[in-house]
Design a protein around this ligand. Structure first.
Ligand SMILES: Cc1ncc(COP(=O)(O)O)c(C=O)c1O
Length: 435
């Protein structure tokens, strides 16, 4: 590729016009902070449409997409089966505020794969984790929640304490202003993969729940150490603490049964999102009936949502899960990801580069500037300038990676061998020439 073939990412006139217009009416022009590309020195991507594994911006540039709507698009953009399901359903009316049959259909379809009897649909991952925590507090009668530093569970107040994802790019040491101090005190933070601190913390008698991203994916992908989740399950069971797996990213992404099946662990509550909506706003909290029956109107824990179980979104989710049920879907996805990453992994080792590559199923992060990563402290040792250079290098060559060192990248069923190979060669070129 010659310099003249590169996308001039600093000169996208339509994108810049749209962005300026958006900035006049919206803080930083975006409706979710990470979209602003803060710290990357570039104006954000403004997309016109998606086709398979590509996004096309309003200036007509095509990018192979490894962000996949932050993991929601297991089958890439505008998959015909999902488009058909949505179009058929929407002609019957958008939303009714009462039940439609497709809710139970999607719920049964999901529950087949989960160690849970029931679930309740909500519209965002934030609602799912917020509901799970309220439920845990309602069931145990205790108030404290334990989370892991750098894990992200959405933007409910109780979780904005040493949180990951976009919070890691904020200048302030607190994850957010506006969280009452008294509430934040009820959230205890433990370093991921640190058994000693975990055991010490769990000695307290006032803990309602431990919430964990079983594979951390919001400080970049950081897998659990062998035995860590098992120990967490054993200790929480013994102490009557509810264990919440936040599988908003990992659910139906790394395995049909998410991390529960991948690691063979049965938590008390499972939060789902992203993939289960096929690109639409669907999330859920799932658990055993004895816990789920605490939810209103059966039980005393209140939870509700005008658009929960939205029929068009349910139809999209159902179509997405049915596609994933086709035999060998997950194996093929992992094979594709291995095909993309193995030579990169080998190259890093062979050249002893200051970098490391983490992968679980179709989730991956290339960490730049740090060799070993087990928790947030290690992630902080990465080199933000190197990431900035990498992100621009890839974007200029028509590859859109998740726009932060603290995020996961995703391979979808739509990624072609040709595009995976091109991506692999481009990453290798970057590593060879710039590090
Ligand atoms: C693990 C995890 N939990 C919860 C959330 C919050 O989901 P939402 O953005 O749909 O509110 C996210 C979002 O990225 C997530 O990654």
């Amino acid at each position: 590729m010659t310099t003249s073939d590169l996308i001039q990412v600093e000169e996208r006139p339509q994108s810049q016009r749209c962005y300026q217009r958006a900035c006049a009416v919206t803080p930083a022009g975006v409706h979710s902070p990470v979209r602003a590309f803060k710290g990357l020195g570039l104006s954000p991507l403004i997309v016109d449409r998606g086709e398979g594994d590509e996004m096309i911006d309003v200036d007509g540039h095509r990018y192979i997409d490894y962000c996949c709507s932050w993991g929601a698009l297991l089958h890439g953009h505008a998959h015909p089966a999902i488009v058909q399901a949505v179009t058929q359903r929407v002609t019957k009316g958008c939303s009714f505020g009462v039940s439609t049959p497709v809710e139970a259909e999607l719920a049964s379809c999901l529950l087949k794969y989960l160690p849970a009897d029931q679930l309740r649909f909500v519209s965002s991952g934030t609602e799912a984790t917020m509901t799970a925590l309220r439920l845990a507090r309602g069931v145990t009668g205790k108030d404290v929640v334990v989370k892991f530093t750098g894990h992200y569970h959405g933007h409910a107040d109780s979780f904005l304490v040493q949180a990951g994802s976009g919070c890691l790019s904020l200048d302030s040491s607190a994850s957010s202003a506006g969280v009452p101090h008294e509430l934040a005190k009820l959230t205890l933070c433990v370093p991921f993969n640190n058994v000693e601190v975990l055991l010490q913390t769990l000695q307290r008698q006032d803990i309602a729940a431990v919430i964990v991203e079983p594979v951390a994916a919001n400080m970049g992908v950081v897998p659990p150490h062998e035995g860590f989740l098992e120990l967490l399950r054993k200790e929480t069971l013994e102490k009557g603490i509810l264990l919440i797996f936040d599988e908003v990213i990992t659910g139906f992404r790394i395995h049909p049964g998410g991390a529960c099946q991948y690691y063979g662990i049965e938590p008390d509550l499972i939060c789902l999102g992203k993939v289960i909506g096929g690109g639409f706003p669907v999330a859920a909290v799932a658990g055993r009936e004895k816990v789920m029956r605490y939810l209103a109107p059966l039980g005393p824990v209140y939870q509700a949502g005008t658009l929960s179980g939205h029929p068009v979104a349910m139809a999209a989710g159902l179509a997405a899960i049915r596609l994933a049920e086709e035999s060998s879907f997950y194996q093929d996805l992992e094979d594709k990801t291995n095909f993309l990453l193995e030579p990169i992994y080998d190259f890093i080792i062979k050249k002893d580069l200051p970098a490391c590559l983490h992968q679980v199923g179709s989730l991956f992060t290339l960490f730049l500037g740090q060799r070993d990563i087990d928790n947030l402290e290690d992630v902080k040792g990465c080199n933000p300038e190197m990431f900035k250079e990498y992100f621009k290098f890839m974007l200029e060559r028509g590859i859109y990676c998740s726009p932060s060192q603290h995020e996961a990248n995703f391979v979808s069923g739509a990624h072609t061998q040709e595009h995976l190979l091109y991506t692999q060669e481009t990453i290798l070129e970057f590593l060879d020439s710039r590090i």
